[in-house]
Design a protein around this ligand. Structure first.
Ligand code: ADP
Ligand code: MG
Length: 485
C-alpha cells in the first residue's frame, strides 16, 4: 500500500447456539423451525412478564471470556439499550455496556495468519439478546420471533488488524474457538455470525500506538460472511486511499456504511453525528448478582481442548506435519472424526491421510458435512486393517472406499480373499518363473539391453494375476529371477 497503513477493528456477533433455551426466557433456543413457534410471552414483551437469566448462557459467556484472556466481572448485571424497530418488540435490547465490566474486558488473543502467530487485543466481550429476524419479500415483510432473545456474544477488538487476511484469519480462529468450546456451531451460513467492520487509514511511519494518529473511523454494519468481511475491508481501504489522494479525506466525518454484495461496494448510511442516543440504563428487572470465585474456577477447569491444543498434540504425539495437523483441526467435527479413528486403533498417520485427503475430498465433492458422511471411523478401519494385513493394495483400498461410498454399503462387503492382493513371495515367484520360462525371446532382448522390456514382464505378471500382484514385490522378484538366467 506504500504510504498508508490500515487500522481495522471488528465487532463480531456470534449466537450462542448450544444452550437449550434463550438468554432470558424459557423458549427453545432454535430458530430453524416453523416461524414464531419458539416464543414465550416475555420474548414478545407482554406486560407483566419478567426476564430470567439463563445460567448456562452466562457460563458459556464466561468461558469465552477466559479463553480470550479477558478479566471476568465480580458482579453480573445487564443494561437496556433503547431503540424502536419492528424486530424488537420490547423497544429495547437487554445487553451489557463496557463500563464498569461486562462478561469480559481487556483480553488478548493469539491467532495464526499465513503460518505466522499474531496477536489482537480484545476490548470487551458482552452477552446480549438477539432481535427477531425480518424477511423481506416483494410486497410484504415477515417477522420471525423465534430468534428474538437468542443469546448473542459480541466481541469487540481493538483496531489491531492491518489487512483483510488478518481480520479473516481471526474470525476463523474465533469460529473454531466457539465450536471447540461447545458454545456455538458458529455457522455463518445459518446467520449465526455477523460482523461490524471498522476501517481507517493512517500515514505510515507515525506512532500507531497513539490513537491521535489514527484516521477517521468508518463503520460498516452487518457483514454476514467471512468473504464479505474480506471484500469490505479491501474495498474500504481503496476508497479511503482515493479520498486521501484527492484531498477529501480530512473532511470525511465518522460514518456508518453498509456492504452491498451486489455492487461490491460500501454504501453510506448515516453520519456518526446523527447517531441514536440509546439511553442505556441498568436493566431493573435483573438484579445484579455475584459471580463466585468457585464457579469461575469450575468453568476454567471445564474448558475443553481447543484447536490449537489438538494441533500441537497431532504434531508432537502423532507425528503429523504442521500442515496436515491444521487441515484436521480446522473443523471440529472433522477433528472429532479423526480422533475417533485413532482411538479405534488406526495408525495416526494413516488415518490423517485418509481423513484429510480422501474423506475431505469426498465431502467437498458432495458438499456435505462429515456428520452426513456414510463411512464411519469403524468402517474406515475395515479398509485400513485390510491394507495393513496385505489383503488390499493401496489402489484396491481406494476402490473399496469409493464403492462403499457409492453403494452405501460397508467396505467389508468389498474386501475378500479372492480379490486380495498377492503378496506371498513363493506364490509370486512361481507365477514369474512360469512367465519367464515362456519368454525366451524377450529375455534375450532384455539381456541385449532393449529399453522398456522390463515393463513387458511386469505387464505379463499383472495380466496373469488380474492386477492383484503386489507391484513392489513383483519388480524385486523379476529382477532376481532375470539375473539368474
Ligand atoms: P464507538 O464508540 O463508535 O462504538 P469504539 O471506540 O467503541 O467506537 O470502537 C468500536 C470499534 O471500532 C472497535 O472494534 C474499535 O477497535 C474500532 N475502532 C476504533 N477506532 C478506530 C479507528 N480509528 N480505525 C479503525 N477502527 C477503529
Ligand atoms: Mg451490541
Amino acid at each position: 500500500m506504500g504510504k498508508y497503513i490500515a487500522k481495522i477493528g471488528l465487532e463480531m456477533h456470534c449466537e450462542v447456539s448450544e444452550t437449550n433455551t434463550k438468554a432470558f426466557s424459557a423458549a427453545k433456543n432454535s430458530y430453524s423451525e416453523i416461524p414464531n413457534t419458539n416464543v414465550r410471552p416475555v420474548d414478545m414483551a407482554f406486560p407483566g412478564t419478567l426476564p430470567v437469566v439463563n445460567k448456562e448462557a452466562v457460563r458459556m459467556a464466561l468461558m469465552a471470556s477466559m479463553i480470550l484472556n479477558c478479566k471476568q466481572p465480580e458482579y453480573m448485571y445487564f443494561e437496556r439499550k433503547n431503540y424502536y424497530y419492528p424486530d424488537l418488540p420490547k423497544g429495547f435490547q437487554i445487553t451489557q455496556e463496557t463500563k464498569p465490566i461486562p462478561v469480559g474486558i481487556y483480553g488478548e488473543v493469539e491467532y495464526e495468519c499465513d503460518g505466522e502467530l499474531k496477536k489482537v487485543r480484545v476490548n470487551n466481550l458482552h452477552l446480549e439478546e438477539d432481535a427477531a429476524s425480518l424477511d423481506h419479500f416483494y410486497d410484504t415483510s415477515n417477522i420471525d420471533y423465534n430468534r428474538a432473545g437468542v443469546p448473542l456474544l459480541e466481541l469487540v477488538t481493538e483496531p489491531d488488524f492491518h489487512n483483510a487476511n488478518e481480520a479473516v484469519a481471526f474470525l476463523e480462529h474465533m469460529r473454531s474457538v466457539y465450536q471447540y468450546a461447545g458454545i456455538s456451531e458458529a455457522d455463518s451460513k445459518k446467520g449465526q455470525i455477523r460482523c461490524d467492520v471498522n476501517v481507517s487509514i493512517m500515514e505510515e511511519g507515525l506512532d500507531e500506538s497513539d490513537p491521535k494518529n489514527w484516521g477517521t473511523k468508518v463503520e460498516i454494519k452487518n457483514v454476514n460472511s467471512f468473504g464479505g468481511v474480506r471484500d469490505t475491508i479491501n474495498y474500504e481501504i481503496e476508497r479511503q486511499i482515493e479520498l486521501k489522494e484527492t484531498g477529501e479525506y480530512e473532511q470525511m466525518e465518522q460514518q456508518t456504511r453498509r456492504w452491498d454484495e451486489e455492487s461490491g461496494t460500501t454504501i453510506y448510511m448515516r453520519s456518526k453525528v446523527d447517531a441514536i442516543d440509546y439511553k442505556y440504563f441498568v436493566e431493573p428487572n435483573i438484579p445484579k448478582f455475584k459471580i463466585t470465585k468457585e464457579w469461575l474456577k469450575e468453568i476454567k477447569a471445564s474448558i475443553p481442548e481447543l484447536a490449537m491444543d489438538r494441533k500441537k498434540k497431532y504434531i508432537d504425539k502423532f507425528g503429523l506435519s504442521a500442515y496436515d495437523a491444521s487441515v484436521l483441526v480446522k473443523e471440529k467435527n472433522i477433528s472429532d472424526y479423526y480422533e475417533e479413528c485413532v482411538k479405534l486403533g488406526i495408525d495416526a498417520k494413516v488415518a490423517a491421510n485418509w481423513v484429510s485427503v480422501n474423506i475431505v475430498g469426498e465431502l467437498n465433492k458432495e458438499d456435505i458435512t462429515i456428520k452426513d458422511f456414510y463411512i464411519t471411523p469403524a468402517m474406515l478401519k475395515q479398509i485400513t486393517d485390510a491394507l495393513s494385513s496385505g489383503l488390499l493394495s493401496s489402489k484396491q483400498a481406494k476402490e473399496v472406499f469409493a464403492k462403499a461410498v457409492e453403494e452405501q454399503k460397508e467396505p467389508k462387503n468389498f474386501i475378500s480373499k479372492e480379490n486380495a492382493q498377492i503378496s506371498d513371495e513363493s506364490e509370486l515367484t512361481k507365477i514369474i518363473v512360469e512367465i519367464l520360462d515362456n519368454s525366451a525371446t524377450q529375455i534375450e532382448q532384455y539381456k541385449g539391453g532393449r529399453d522398456n522390456i522390463f515393463d513387458y514382464f511386469v505387464g505379463q505378471v499383472m495380466k496373469n494375476t488380474r492386477g492383484k500382484a503386489n507391484p513392489v514385490m513383483t519388480k524385486e522378484i523379476l529382477h532376481k529371477e532375470l539375473d539368474k538366467r
